[in-house]
Design a protein around this ligand. Sequence first.
Ligand code: NI
Length: 230
Amino acid sequence: MVQWIFHGQCCWEVITDNEMRLIIDPFLTDNPIADVGPDHFEDKLDYLLLTHGHSDHIGDAWDLIRATGATLISTYEIVRYAQERQQVQNAHPMHIGGGFDFPFGRVKLTSAPHGGKIDGEGAEGYTTVPVGFLVTSGGQTVYHAGDTGLTKDMELLRGQVDVAIVPIGDNFTMGPEDAGRAIQMIEPSIAIPMHYKTWEMIDVDPARFIKAVGDAAEVRVLEPGDVLEL
Ligand code: NI
């Protein structure tokens, strides 16, 4: 059994069936809706995945990696920044379209049209192309879309995704109606909204997403701390 635990915004903790512990986009300390702080992970963290360089995704990444020795998985540019400016030792660079088999399962990077700035000390001159992740573990594939607008590329994911986790907060990413169209393209079994409600600017009612998805998938609305078991 694989557990996906939501911690608000785009932050997900993943515990695989071989008991590896991952975190995606660890925005905890300054996240007004996070249910845990970074200390929750300090006893064990194996991998840390970053979709892009914005501060509400990098969050506590560098402190967590220093405290736990977790391996960073991200784009080549973010890995270079982490190694050159944040003293990160263990890192695995990847890029859009590429997949790799890790001890916990397979990760493949998808395109996610969004902003490329990397926030952080010494990050001037660094930029990246944001990505989403297809994480296959325990026989199930979960699509963590990252921050993205609606794109026809999502049609390429049809038939490959069991669970799709998509942003619905509008303004910076897809809104609920576009996110519903994304789910209709992807046709996962389960659809989960993220990247909403964290601040007033993205305070969107998930009922709009449920309506937009229609019969295309079962929508599960998770609150921070809720667990999806696969
Ligand atoms: Ni962003």
